[in-house]
Structure formats: C-alpha cells, structure tokens
Write a protein that binds this ligand. Sequence first.
Ligand code: SF4
Length: 726
Amino acid sequence: MLFGRKHKNPIKITDKGVVEWKYTTCGYCSTGCSIEVGLDDKGEAVASRGVGGADVNRGKLCLKGIFEHELFRSAGRGKQPLIRTRRFDKFKTTTWDRALDRTAAEIQRIQSTYGRDAFAIVSTGQIMTEEFYTLGKLTRGVIGTNNYDGNTTLCMSSAVSGYKRSFGSDGPPGCYDDFEHTECLLAIGSNLPEQHPIIYWRLQQAMEKRKFPLIVIDPRVTMLAQMADMHLPITPGTDVVLLNALAHVILAEGLEDRRYIAAHTNGAEEFEALVAQYDPVTASRICGIDEDTIRNVARLYARAGSAMTIWTMGINQSTHGSDGVVGINNLNLITGNIGKPGGTSLSITGQCNAMGTREWSSCSGLPGYRTLEKEKDRQEIADFWGIDADFFPEKRGLFQTDIFPAIETGQIKGLWLIATNPMTSMTNTARIRKTLEKLEFLVVQDAYEDVETNEYSHVYFPAAVWAEKEGCFTNTERRVNLISNVVKPYEDSRPDLWIFNQMAKRFDQGRKIIFPETASAVFDELRQLSKGRMLDYSGMSYDKIEEQRGIQWPCTEGAESGSPRLYTDGKFEYEDGKAKLIPLLFIDNNERPDEDYPFWLNSGRVVEHFHTRTRTGKVGNLNKFSPTPYMEMNPDAAKELAIDHGSYVRLTSRRGDAVVMVQLTQRVPPNMVFIPFHFHECVNRIALGLLDPHSRQPAFKQAAVRVEPIVDQESASVRNVAARSF
Ligand code: SF4
C-alpha cells in the first residue's frame, strides 16, 4: 500500500501476510488496550493492531503495543526448566517433574526445619487474574507461608493503602470517561504521555471537545507539564504539605461541600484543626509553590462543578506515599468529588494486572478484597476451599520490601520469585545481591531465563508469556478484559497456572483443595466468590467480556454491563458507610541535597520501555530508540561542572554509584537530575529506598547525589554498555 505524494518517497507498509487476527489485551501497562495479534499462514504472530470498538483505546496503541507480537520469540526466552545443586554452578537442563519435585522438597525442608514462614513467595503484577487467585490458594491454603507479597509493593501499595484508609477498601473509584465530564484536572507526579500514552490520548480528546484547566504538579517539566495550563514545580517529597494547604484555603474561604462532608464523612473536626496549621505562607516555604498559586489552585478546584485528581509514582514512591493518596482523597471528600462524573481520585496503575493481584492474589489478605484480620472472611474462604480456617494466619505477613531484610537477618531461608526481577527493580542493588546470596534455596519463575535475578537461583521455571495463555487482566479503571492464547507457549515453557497446579499436587494438603485446570473454571470461582461484594464479577463471562471489549466491575448477576464509578451513592466500605477525613502531619524525613550531595535525584519511565526491560529490552525497535542509561541535567548546572552533552559522568549517593550518559535539558531545574529507572545497575545503585510506614513502598524518587565528570570516557562507555546488557 502506498501513501503520500507520487515523487516524495512514499511510506511503504509491508504486507505481513496476516491470515487471522486474534483478540487479546495488551500485557504492558495498566491502560488495558484491546489488541489484535495477526497470525500468518504458519500460525506465527507477525503484527499487532488496536481494536476499533474497544472503549479504552478505540483502535489506537502506543509504541509498546504496536510491537508486542515480537515478544513471543524474543531473545532470552526460557526453553526448558533449569537446575543446579549450588548457586553459580553451571545450570543443567531438566524435566518439569524434576524441577518441581526439587522445589517442593526444598520448600518442605525449609518449612519443617525453620517454620512455615521461613519460605517466602514474591510475585508480580503481570500474570493473569486466574493465576494470581490460584497462586494465592496454593500459598495461603496449601503451602501456608504468611510471607507472601507481590512486586506491586514497589508501585501501587501506597494507592492501595490510601484508598483503604480513606474509603475502607481498595478500588479506584473513577474511570477514563471522567475526563469527558471534569471541569478541573489535577495531575500529581503523573506523566501520562510517556507512562500511559493512550490514557493521555483520551485526555487530549476530551480537552479538544471542551476546555478545562489542566494543572500539573511535578518537580520536573514533564511532557504533561509542558501541555498544562499551570505547572507547579513542587519540592520533591512535599506533596502532603501542598495538599494540606489546598484544603486549608478551601475551608478558610468556605468553598467546601459542607453537605457532603456531614452526610458522608467522619473526622472532619480533627482534619480541619490540622489543616488550619498549613496556611499557604508557611506551606509555600516547604513545598516551593508560592502562596498565590496555592490559593488560585484551591479556588479553581473547589469552584469547579466537578474536579478530579490523577496520580502515579510521583505520589506513590515516597516516604509519604500513602499519606499523599489520603491527602488527595481528603481534597475530593471536602469538595464532594467522589463518585460523580468528572469528580474522583483516580490512581493510574503501573503494570497490566496490578489490579488483578490487588483483587484476587491474597497477597495482602484473602481473595476478593477479604482480609485475614476478619474471622468471617477467613471462614468464608476456608469453607469455599474446603480447609480448616485455623490454617490461615490472623494478620498479613511481611511486605516485599520487608522480605529482603528478613532474608538478610536469617528469618527467611527460601524464596520463590514469579515474574519479578529484584536485582534491577529494588533499591540498593548491592544489598539485594548479598541478600539473594544468603538464601538456602531460590526458584525463579519467569518467561526470560536471562533475567538478572536468575543468576542467583537454584531452579528456573520457564513460564509462558502474555498471550501464550488465557485469562483476564483488570485495568486502572477496574475494567476486566480478556487475554486469549494467541500462540502456543514457547518451546517447553508452561502457563503459570499449570505450574501452580503442578506444585499443589506435590503437597499433601493440596489434594484436599480442588485446583481447576482451566482458566475459565478458575474464573467461575471468582464469579462465585465476588457475588454481592464490591468487586462483583458475577455478571461477567469470557464471551461477554470479549464482546464488550472489557467490563468494569462491579457487574452484578444479570446486569448487561459493568459500572463506571464507585461510591456514586456516597456509601463507603467502612461499617457505618462513611469515608474518613484523616489529618496528615508532615514529617520531613527525606534525604535532601547538601554540600556533599548537592542534587536531587529523580527517576521515572521512558515511553519505549517497561519496568526492568526484561521484555522491551529485547524488542528491536523499542531498544533502538532508547538503548542507554542516561541522565537529564540542566545546562547551567552542567556548565558549572564542565560537563558536556553526551559525555559520561559518575553519579554518587551515600549508597553507591552509577555511570550514565548526560543529556542536557531544561526539563530539570539546576538542582536536580533525572534518570529512567529501567536499566540494570543504574538508578537503584544510588536511590534512597526508605519505606513508607503504611504501604512499605520505597522512596525511589527523592535522594541526594553528586555528579562528577569522568576523565576516561572510553572506559565509562564500556561500563555504561555493561549496565544495559543482559
Ligand atoms: Fe499497551 Fe499501555 Fe501502550 Fe496501551 S498504552 S498499548 S496498554 S503499553
């Protein structure tokens, strides 16, 4: 096919020979785009395209989605199970039975020697909901360790914690359609065009139809900030101060929704007393936003017919992440902006199925937003699974970020990692390396055998990836969508569901619990367990989900479709049906720039890559556009240190150092540098990693560093190349 004028080098679109298109859902970010994968006459995946009738993406895909079919046969895929007696010996290929037997025997040995909780399991936000549920059943109902969590603690646990504290339950109350109704949008620490390009496109479409103010709060001039009506370059880690000050102005000027506060919230008195201390003048000295701007934004937000706030890691990955989320919820509760079109608190999630793990994995409790702390919930699940309720612990165990220190101190001796790569994703890489070396047994289950963490394992399970399997993902706006098995699993890799089921058979108690073999049979359990609950799936079926290109929960039995918003009746999940206004005292425990380490270190994503590049690092066009760890630096600061654009520098913090290539840009102020977080042996060698007290999420974005030019540019280039290789 030819486009363009005759003599102007027309673009040629190669005919890929697609004979069949198969429906699925994108497996990267949480936007939840419906995607079709094109198969050629040999059944090979050769193309990807967006699905026109899908409400989320309406035919569009971002760069990652367009090349997603290349994943199936990309470099580094695991072909067969691997095993070795001692860490760092050469791996030997083995059979699935031997790999599973050895792992089950090690789990049993460690548990019988040191106690049930001495074996830990850490999963992901990237497998199917049915797989999460099955893993939870295996972990909570069969293996019985309480030290079980997901890597979502690194990205979403502050949002979960904040929602629970304010509303009595997790669950984002809004949806993308809110852009079509809002009269004021506040985006905090969220760079949609690069992180979630299709959500950004939805926002742009809404703004083209009807203008409303877009206010971006971010220390860096992100792409979204460049397109905003107002950009508030906040001092890192001070969101709580700004949010309190906005509430202060709204209450002081009588702009609050007093009727909503009285009818639907508790705690107004204590909240008002606390925010009275956060006047704009005092707040401006801490958060760096001048008092007039604070007043202006507060008035705009409160006077809008409906106003909404979205946020991503700029709020969550902080020592005050959970408080930041509560602060956003406070703002929306006092202005009556929850559960109405265009009025909401909408966390933009990271991984494709971070929501699925929150709902069904039992990491933080029991399936279907049940908790271990409630006897009724324990009994319900024990009855459904056919086990004794006493087998469950009465409160949740360690979060992922506490599991690694517990390995360090010898409390945990064995670990099963599922589709997560702590050697690149956790802060303080050197410490994580030592921690992994202390384990008596490590099993890594991943679609890629060259994932960095696999260097430290004893057994490797090659997992099938994305649309080599069947099941569901839930996206940011609670939309459950279908992943169909477009192609067969690569070589001898197996679906995670199969691996969990095989493991269950190796435990005595596993024989008492039924583990359905197909994803649709597991989905049936989810429908039964969710009936009448907030996250009701009972009105969904795989066929209906595909037909509607995704359905938002709650979708009750007999309902034609799902529900776009939560809390529309002002009834929250606390027993008395009221939300909580929670006073937030700001405690400044951030590391701050000083004489020795004069720059703020900020980190984030680039559009080409996903997380630790396990997948996107292998896709030619994505890696080609963004192959190298780099650092954004302000030209004025660079001039003072005699640093050139494109040269290599050493970046040092109190925890370690990294070598990066400099990109000079005005996107960062003179006292800040920014690094994409995707690269191995890079930002996480130096990041702070202090934990939020509620969510245990690490502070990835606020740290102090020093920048030094490197004389030997050639060796630095070699080190930089090492950081990006696998
Ligand atoms: Fe996939 Fe997210 Fe891109 Fe959509 S925006 S195609 S879900 S990576």
